[in-house]
Design a protein around this ligand. Structure first.
Ligand SMILES: [Zn+2]
Length: 479
C-alpha cells in the first residue's frame, strides 16, 4: 500500500487515484530565464522517481510539467508576485535577446539536463505564453464569483473572500495582515491580495489584450490554468519544492477551488531544500552549482542522481563533493556487479547449483521502502545488501546461469524506478575515434595550436559529442 506525505494534511496518507489505474500528476517547472541549478534538478529528480514508481505500481501516469516563459516576478514571497522585478525581462535586457528567445534557449538547456539526468518525458510541457486565453477565462470566472476585483486595469484576488485560504501553508489571513514586509500595490484593496492580471508598463515586452488592459498574467494563475487544461479540475498529485507552498501553491488552490468549487489537488508533495555543505545554496556564498559544474568536476550526472536518491526527499539533501565521491563509489559498485553478471551470462556456467537469493523477499523489501513515502535511501540499502551477498557468492562458489538471468531481470525491473544509467554502459557510448580526436585536441592545445584545437572540437561536435576541458585533461559527453 503506497503512502505519501500530504502537505495538506501534514500526514502520510494512503494513495489512491480518482480514476482507477490512472494518475493525474502536475509538477511546477522552471521559469526559463536561467540554467536549472542543482536544487531545481533535485526537485525534478524526485518528481521523476515518483512517476517511475507509480508506473512500477501499474499506474498509467499523465504527467504535466510546465515552463514559465512569461516574466514572473522576483521577490514573490514578499510581494505576492506583483510588484517585483520581471526575471524574464531582466535576463532579456542583460543578454540582448527577446524574452521568447531567452525562454527558447533555456528550455533547450533544460531538456539537455533532463536527458543527462535520465528523466522520463512528461506527457506535455505546456508554456504559459501559449495559455493566456485560458488564464483570462479563469480570471473572468473569479470576478463573476466575487473572488477577484478589477482595479485600474489590474485584477487582484480578494484573499479574504476565499474562506479556505491558508489551508496548505497554515498561514492565516490575520497573520498576513501583519506581515510587515508586504508592499502594497496602489490599486490593491489589501496588501495580501495577489495579482491575477497586471496592466503592462511601457517597457514590458510581452503583453496581451484582455477585458481589463493590455497586460500580462500573474505567475500563480498560469499553473491553475495549465493544470486544469490538461488534467481536469482535480489532480491526484501536485509536486513542487517547499518554497512553492506559500504563496504559489496556496494561491493556486485559491484560484482553482475558488473557480470550480472542487478540490484542486488531492496530494501535495513538497521536497525540502537542497543544501550545499550544510548551507542554503546562493550565488553570493559561492556554493551555487548547475549540472555542468558537476560534469566539469569529472562526475557522471548519474552519480548526482544516486546522491539525490540516497537521501529522503523530505530531509534536506546535503550536496558535498565528499558525498559525490561516495555516490561515485556506490554507482561503480552497482555497475561492476551488473557488468560481471553480463560476463557470466555470456560464458559457460560458473556453477550448477542455484542459490537461495530470495529475490521475491528482496523485492518486497524494496517495495516496502518505496511504499513508505518514497523512502529511496531505504530502498537503496536493500539493493546494496543484495549486491554484497551476490558478490560473495560469485567469489566463493560461482553463480548458476539461472540465478544470473534472474538477477539481471530483477535489476532491470527495479532500475526502472531508480533510473540509473550505469557507468560502463555510458563509456561504451563514446566511440574510440571520438576519444582519439579529443586526445589530438588536447595535444594541439598543449602545443598552443588553438586553431587546430578548435577545428577538432568542431569535428567532435559534428559527430554529436561535446568536449570540455578541465584541469586533469578533458571530459567527453554525448551532446
Ligand atoms: Zn506552479
Amino acid at each position: 500500500m503506497l503512502k505519501l506525505f500530504n502537505t495538506l494534511s501534514g500526514e502520510k496518507e494512503e494513495f489512491n487515484s480518482i480514476e482507477k489505474g490512472k494518475v493525474r500528476f502536475y509538477s511546477c517547472g522552471p521559469t526559463v530565464y536561467n540554467h536549472a541549478h542543482i536544487g531545481n534538478l533535485t526537485a525534478y529528480t524526485f518528481a521523476d522517481t515518483l512517476k517511475r514508481y507509480l508506473k512500477f505500481k501499474g499506474y498509467e501516469v499523465r504527467h504535466i510539467f510546465n515552463f514559465t516563459d512569461v516574466g514572473h516576478l522576483t521577490d514573490d514571497e514578499v510581494n505576492q508576485a506583483d510588484s517585483g522585478e520581471d526575471k524574464m525581462l531582466r535576463a532579456a535586457i542583460k543578454e540582448k535577446k527577446s524574452p521568447l528567445e531567452i525562454a527558447e534557449f533555456y528550455i533547450d538547456l533544460f531538456f539537455e539536463d533532463a536527458k543527462k539526468m535520465n528523466f522520463q518525458k512528461a506527457q506535455f510541457y505546456p508554456r504559459a505564453t501559449a495559455h493566456v486565453p485560458q488564464m483570462i477565462d479563469l480570471i473572468e470566472t473569479l470576478i463573476k464569483k466575487g473572488l477577484a476585483y478589477e482595479s485600474n486595469g489590474n485584477v487582484f484576488y480578494d484573499v479574504e473572500k476565499f474562506k479556505n485560504y491558508g489551508k496548505l501553508s497554515g498561514k492565516k489571513v490575520e497573520e498576513l495582515k501583519h506581515g510587515a514586509r508586504l508592499e502594497k500595490h496602489p490599486d490593491k484593496k489589501h496588501a495580501y491580495d495577489f495579482a491575477l492580471w497586471l496592466k503592462a508598463p511601457k517597457e514590458h515586452i510581452l503583453k496581451w489584450e484582455s477585458p481589463w488592459s493590455l497586460g500580462y498574467p500573474g505567475w500563480h494563475i498560469e499553473c491553475s490554468a495549465m493544470s486544469m487544461e490538461y488534467l481536469g479540475e482535480t489532480l491526484d498529485i501536485h509536486t513542487g519544492a517547499e518554497d512553492n507552498i506559500f504563496p504559489h501553491h496556496e494561491n493556486e488552490i485559491a484560484q482553482s477551488e475558488g473557480a470550480t468549487g472542487q478540490t484542486f489537488a488531492r496530494f501535495w508533495l513538497h521536497l525540502r531544500h537542497l543544501l550545499v555543505n550544510g548551507e542554503k545554496m546562493s550565488k553570493s556564498k559561492g556554493n551555487f552549482y548547475i549540472l555542468r559544474d558537476i560534469i566539469k568536476k569529472g562526475y557522471d550526472p548519474m552519480v548526482f542522481r544516486l546522491l539525490i536518491l540516497s537521501s529522503h526527499y523530505r530531509s534536506n539533501i546535503n550536496f558535498t563533493w565528499d558525498g559525490m565521491e561516495q555516490a561515485q563509489k556506490n554507482l561503480e559498485k552497482i555497475s561492476r556487479l551488473i557488468e560481471s553478471l553480463k560476463e557470466i551470462k555470456g560464458k559457460e556456467i560458473q556453477s550448477e547449483k542455484q542459490k537461495d537469493l530470495n529475490l521475491d523477499k528482496v523485492q518486497a523489501g524494496f517495495v516496502e521502502a518505496m511504499d513508505d513515502d518514497i523512502n529511496t535511501p531505504k530502498a537503496l540499502s536493500v539493493v546494496f545488501e543484495l549486491i554484497t551477498k551476490v558478490n560473495q557468492i560469485i567469489a566463493e562458489e560461482g553463480l548458476s546461469s539461472t540465478d544470473t538471468k534472474e538477477l539481471l531481470s530483477f535489476w532491470n525491473k527495479i532500475n526502472k524506478v531508480l533510473g540509473l544509467e550505469l557507468i560502463e554502459k555510458k563509456k561504451e557510448q563514446i566511440p574510440a575515434e571520438i576519444i582519439d580526436l579529443a586526445n589530438q585536441r588536447k595535444k594541439a592545445r598543449e602545443e598552443k595550436d588553438f586553431e587546430k584545437a578548435d577545428k577538432l572540437r568542431d569535428k567532435i561536435l559534428q559527430q554529436g559529442f561535446v568536449v570540455e576541458d578541465e584541469s586533469a585533461g578533458f571530459v567527453v559527453m554525448k551532446k
